[in-house]
Design a protein around this ligand. Structure first.
Ligand code: FE2
Length: 331
């Protein structure tokens, strides 16, 4: 399990040799563990802190607007997550059935829950799957703020994908071109405080991998995020601290493209690490699901397929793959 943080400064500002040092360390960490913690990304602490402030304002605000948000499909309202390939707008506690992403039978009844509420934003110019924001009267300035941050995080993710293309020996843009037009999702998570007696198995979110290509995550410092240690099979704490550190994990689409060379980082959110407190404190995270264009293929790239190593994943479009997974997650 990675104990060291990897500084991205050399990749962004270093010599060719320094750039390659980052590429090697980053690619190897992701191959080995499925996740890594990065620092020095060129993001101001203030930028990330502001996202956490908006996260609090959003989930503290009256939720009347989310009733309208639940209407699906037309007139600029949120599309139905269960039948579409996208997730947009507000989602209440337990609206994601995360335990269905892996084998449902592997989770105890008490673990079949997801104790977060969330807000997802898609591409600002997406008219097919538009994001229903809270009205300006409820949260003035929120949608404008989010649009700026969306493109900022898309830029960071694209740079990291460029590093992975080099690390995997792929031609420039081999992966990033499959992510245009932009189709990522910016998510705010809020895990409300819980009485210890309500911990129900001690998990706020059960073990899963994410659906997109790469996931970027900032956490507020409240413990809980754990990744599988692939050597032992046990989950271990992988907490980042506030705005200075960003966690990156491989998600399903990239596992499919690389035919399993890069495997999705299996993670969960537990109540462990918060001691014997009778209340599990509020936890917030900012997540950027870097996703592929809906019309791209989701199957392995030819560079990762051979007679000895045949394709392990079917080459359906990203649209179809995400619909398949969303049907499990939201139905
Ligand atoms: Fe996740």
């Amino acid at each position: 399990m990675p104990k060291d943080k990897i500084s991205a400064a050399k990749f962004l500002h270093g010599t060719q040799q320094e750039k390659m040092e980052f590429v090697t360390a980053f690619t190897e960490a992701l191959k080995k563990n499925g996740w890594a913690v990065l620092t020095d990304l060129g993001l101001e602490s203030k930028e990330v802190d502001e996202m956490f402030q908006w996260n609090k304002r959003l989930f503290d605000a009256p939720k009347d607007w989310t009733v309208k948000n639940r209407v699906t499909g037309t007139n600029g309202l949120t599309p139905d997550r269960a039948t579409g390939p996208a997730s947009r707008g507000y989602g209440a506690v337990n609206s994601e059935k995360i335990w269905k992403l892996k084998s449902e039978n592997s989770f105890k009844q008490s673990q079949r829950q997801d104790l977060k509420e969330f807000f997802d934003m898609g591409p600002p110019d997406d008219t097919e799957y538009p994001t229903a924001f809270p009205p300006e009267s409820v949260l003035p300035g929120f949608s404008d703020f989010m649009k700026v941050k969306y493109y900022r995080l898309q830029e960071v993710a694209t740079q990291l994908m460029g590093a992975l293309e080099i690390g995997l020996g792929l031609p420039p843009n081999a992966l990033t071109q499959k992510c245009e037009p932009v189709n990522s999702e910016l998510r705010f998570n809020h895990y409300p405080p819980l009485q210890a007696t309500s911990r129900q198995g001690g998990l706020r979110s059960v073990g899963h991998t994410d659906l997109g290509v790469l996931t970027l995550l900032f956490a507020d410092g409240v413990a809980g995020l754990e990744f599988e240690n692939r050597a032992t099979g046990a989950f271990e704490m992988a907490e980042t601290r506030g705005s200075q550190e960003m966690l990156v994990n491989i998600s399903d689409t990239l596992e499919r493209w690389t035919n399993g060379v890069l495997r999705g980082g299996l993670h969960r959110v537990s109540g462990a690490g918060v001691g014997d407190q009778s209340v599990m404190p509020t936890r917030r995270s900012i997540v950027f699901f870097y996703k592929a264009d809906m019309q791209s293929g989701s199957g392995p790239l030819e560079e990762f397929v051979s007679e000895k190593n045949p394709a392990r994943y079917d080459d359906v479009t990203v649209d179809e793959f995400l619909r398949r997974m969303n049907a499990r997650l939201y139905k």
